[in-house]
Design a protein around this ligand. Structure first.
Ligand SMILES: [Zn+2]
Length: 490
């Protein structure tokens, strides 16, 4: 594998004198990444301090080199410059690959054989947010190491050195590598909706390279997210894509989140194929070559997914939500495929086991075009149920875990099983309801699935009453309310 020509450049054009280490707010250190609100608890000075702290922690493990990339948010260039400055002042060499999707950062780590990387991104979050996804030894950081980095920043005990910055473009290598692996049996006409996120330009280039006719929708990078929010797990963000697919009579619509690691799928008929149903197809495909393999899915996925995996001869295993937890479980179990309802899909067959919406879209098109059935026949073969997308309930960060604890303590269902891998999934005979705390947003995340609309509403009613009994001022979009219902306040 040839390495692209690298050019060494001077340190980023940031005035070093403007930066001194500052205290980093503890709340930006999340379960599996660092996330904050720009100019509130995330500033260039904090990014600089994080660079110093991450570099210091990396130095303890004899790492000397980071790959750094950023998404298309308005705040990302300044935060990235400051971060790189902190890293280099801690003695780390930085290969800066510019503004690319998260999947390209992960790819670059493997391609350049540099195990440490940082993606500056707010992912699917509102535009005021930004943050850092960090890799050590090719793996997402654990909560424990993130807390160690926080401790280094709080103690201000940094390792100092003098690193350099190398600018490098890995976009062509990324496109070539995928194009060598993925073969479409016939060209597809697709609409790509990047929602103004960073995935747009490379998604267009990739799918055209694979032979598709690609109709772009919001594929120019736009840090204002002027058209809709780049989060394909929310129904409203897929409406423009559905309309465009229908008008253009495309075969398929693909949508990406702000940093391109999640995929949304819309059929020619305008039906949304939520990620748990995408996973059914991916599972059937990989299990045809790897019978008996383990497939991981998160607590938000349909119960039909496990049945499909088992019917295809695989072993289905439910895991906690969150890309870092899923990646850790992939390593532990040796699973061949993993996926989350939010749209992250992880392939270890012929790929590196990281989540990349652009690659996932290519894999999807490959399996669809290899199938002798029409696309419509394939979609119709996937079992469906009455279900909801993720429904977020706003709640202060400080309150969400306490509310969940109280909820669990008061659980009293005679006719249900509780799965407490992540929040609580209440499994009834006819369906289930999930309540968990978002790792990245100030909200509780809920989802519901049932055999019939009536059962769905009954489950929503039960879960709604249960939530309101713990915290009566919650606004529950799924709960129609029942003025006669008795709500017990605790
Ligand atoms: Zn993302």
């Amino acid at each position: 594998m040839s390495t692209p020509i690298a050019t060494k450049v001077a340190l980023a054009q940031v005035d070093i004198n403007n930066f001194n280490p500052v205290l980093c707010p503890r709340e930006i250190f999340r379960a599996y990444d660092i996330r904050g609100i720009v100019d509130e608890n995330l500033t260039p000075a904090i990014a600089y301090t994080l660079g110093l702290a991450v570099g210091t922690r990396a130095h303890q493990e004899n790492m000397t080199h980071f790959v750094v990339a950023r998404d298309g948010r308005l705040s990302s260039p300044a935060l990235t410059d400051a971060l790189i400055l902190g890293l280099t002042r801690s003695g780390m060499t930085v290969t800066d690959i510019g503004a690319v999707p998260s999947g390209v950062l992960y790819f670059a780590c493997h391609y350049l054989n540099i195990g440490a990387g940082i993606m500056v991104t707010g992912s699917h979050n509102p535009k005021a947010y930004n943050g850092f996804k960090i890799l050590f030894h090719f793996n997402a950081l654990s909560e424990k190491v993130l807390q160690q980095i926080y401790a280094i920043s709080a103690a201000q005990q940094f390792h100092y050195g003098s690193g350099q910055v190398i600018k490098q473009d890995v976009g062509f290598a990324y496109l070539d590598t995928i194009a060598q692996k993925i073969n479409l049996k016939r060209p597809l006409k697709i609409v790509c909706d990047a929602g103004g996120g960073i995935a747009g330009p490379l998604a267009l280039a990739l799918y055209e390279k694979l032979g598709c006719e690609v109709i772009p929708l919001y594929c120019e990078v736009d840090g204002h997210f002027s058209h809709h929010h780049p989060n394909p797990s929310q129904l409203e963000n897929l409406q423009d894509l559905i309309a465009k697919v229908k008008i253009t009579q495309a075969d398929l619509g693909l949508a990406f989140d702000g940093d391109g690691d999640r995929l949304g799928v819309v059929t020619a008929q305008g039906e949304i194929i939520w990620p748990d149903r995408q996973l059914m197809l991916f599972a059937q495909d990989v299990l045809s070559r790897h019978p008996g393999a383990t497939i991981l899915y998160d607590v938000k996925c349909s119960r039909h997914l496990a049945q499909v995996v088992q019917a295809a001869g695989g072993c289905a295993q439910m895991v906690r939500t969150g890309h870092s937890f899923v990646k850790a479980a992939l390593k532990e179990t040796g699973a061949i495929l993993a996926g989350e309802m939010s749209g992250h899909v992880f392939f270890t067959e012929d790929w590196y086991g990281f989540d990349d919406g652009l690659y996932t879209g290519a894999r999807l098109m490959e399996l669809l075009t290899r199938d002798v059935r029409t696309l419509n026949q394939i979609w119709q073969s996937l079992p469906n149920s009455i279900n909801t997308p993720e429904i977020n309930i706003e709640i202060a960060d400080a309150e969400k875990f306490i509310t969940l604890e109280k909820l669990l303590a008061s659980a009293n269902f005679l006719d249900a099983t509780l799965i407490t891998l992540d929040g609580v999934r209440v499994e009834f005979a006819q369906g289930w309801g999930l309540v968990r705390a978002s790792n990245t947003m100030p909200c509780l995340v809920t989802r519901f699935e049932a055999e019939t609309q009536l059962h769905l509403e009954q489950i929503q009613m039960q879960i709604g009453l249960w939530l309101l009994s713990i915290k009566s001022d919650l606004h529950l979009p799924f709960y129609k309310g029942d003025e006669d219902a008795e709500i017990t306040h605790t």
